[in-house]
Design a protein around this ligand. Structure first.
Ligand code: TYM
Length: 384
């Protein structure tokens, strides 16, 4: 079996519960306990996000410190990001959807970093111009989720190089080559941009503290492949006089074919892309989606399906907000009342509805892009 490898630049090997447990140990993160969930639920006035209750967001670092401070009236900010490597798929929306919920629940500022430089330096054959185009498209996709323009700030690495580079040199000064080699697997034949780039992704985890002159906590949502950056961030930030950043970490949305790999842009048939047509979504689900159903219609009617491992049911449950509807589909599918093909059709309809809504939002956001762009002056002098 292929060896499990999870780095920001490569994810391979089988992804199942056992591999996530291995990663938790290897990366030294903690599982989100029911006690932490109770605290979040209380702040969210009884409405826990399904990604938390379903343990899609399953691990963390120092989330308790964020909650301690928040309960004592001290705010924090959120930070997440996207590397504009190409079209976005629905898996990429997992952290952003959840981040929006966190922003709405805690009413806090959010930095979204677009690492166009990363995508130029690492694993890409695209020109800078092409990457800039992808970045613009990705930004619209992200903003179509409905982030609050007053509290959401997009940082594009090339455009905001002045602020980022200034502080990245502080990170670089406190990070050794052996750390970068050990954490990212950088080798002698890699370009030197790969060695420096992690400093750029670490900066937003203290940027608002640095600019405002006020030590602020930062909570970073991401899928577990991004963890290596923030492990280094936790070593470096105290040396610069800032809090270690906190993280809230998710599993991957699996490939359509099941749980052997993550949904990935580089494998067309593993993913549902945000610009897939209604027909393509239907076709992909019918042809590729891993089913928890039985082999024959008779068996399905008699024994029912296993919705928990069924791709279509899982995606349906992420998108559908009405918990009662989700439960009733779960029960029908499990009891054999609903067949696999019907489950796939239901999921395709709800994905298409969701994507159509995003497309409409995207058009509206186009005229407001400038409102979302990071401006350091907004944060100078404690204005948070
Ligand atoms: P990128 O563009 O590879 O991924 C963007 C975000 O999506 C997560 N992700 C997934 N989540 C669920 N299921 C999947 N199949 C899946 N594939 C990717 C990633 O973990 C990430 O959270 N270098 C980063 C950009 C970045 C960033 C950050 C990400 C800059 N600063 C801070 C998170 C937090 C990147 O290339 O992400």
């Amino acid at each position: 079996m292929e060896e499990l490898k999870v780095t920001p630049w490569e994810v391979s090997g089988e992804l199942n519960e056992a591999s996530y447990s291995k990663l938790v140990k290897k990366f030294g993160v903690e599982l989100i306990t029911s006690k932490l969930l109770e605290r979040i639920e209380k702040i969210a006035k009884g409405k826990l996000h399904p990604f938390l209750s379903k343990k899609i967001f399953f691990a963390h670092r120092d989330l308790n410190l964020i909650l301690d401070d928040y309960e004592n009236g001290k705010s924090f900010y959120l930070y997440t990001g996207r590397g504009p490597s190409g079209k976005m798929h629905i898996g990429h929306l997992l952290p952003f959807t959840f981040t929006k919920w966190l922003q709405d629940t805690f009413d806090v500022h959010l930095l979204i970093q677009i690492t166009d430089d990363e995508k130029y330096l690492i694993k890409s054959t695209r020109t800078k111009k092409e990457i800039e185009h992808v970045a613009e498209e990705n930004i619209l996709d992200i903003l179509s989720l409905g982030f609050d323009p007053k509290k959401t700030h997009i940082i594009k690495d090339y455009d905001n190089a002045k602020e980022l580079y200034y502080y990245a040199t502080d990170v670089a000064k406190h990070t050794t080559m052996s750390t970068i080699k050990a954490v990212f697997g950088v080798t002698d034949s890699d370009n030197i941009g790969k060695v420096f780039f992690p400093s750029m992704q670490i900066v937003p985890s203290f940027l608002l503290s640095a600019i405002s002159g006020k030590n602020l906590r930062c909570l970073i949502p991401y899928a577990i492949d991004q963890d290596p950056y923030f492990r280094i961030s936790r070593d470096v930030l105290p040396k610069l006089g800032y809090y270690k950043p906190s993280s809230i970490i998710s599993k991957f949305l699996p490939a359509l074919q099941g749980n052997s790999g993550k949904m990935s842009s580089s494998v067309e048939e593993s993913a549902i892309f945000l610009d897939d047509s209604e027909q393509t979504v239907k076709k992909k689900l019918m042809k590729y989606a891993f089913s928890g159903g039985r082999d024959t219609l008779e068996e399905q009617r008699k024994y029912g399906a296993n919705p928990d491992i069924d791709f279509s049911f899982n995606v349906y449950s992420f998108i559908e907000n009405d918990e009662r509807k989700v439960q009733s589909v779960y029960d029908d599918y499990k009891s054999g009342k609903l067949l696999s093909g019907e489950m796939k059709a239901l999921a395709a309809d709800s994905i298409n509805l969701f994507l159509n809504q995003l497309r409409q939002n995207r058009e509206k956001v186009k005229n407001h892009l400038s409102e979302y762009m990071f401006n350091p002056n907004d944060f100078v002098g404690h204005r948070m």
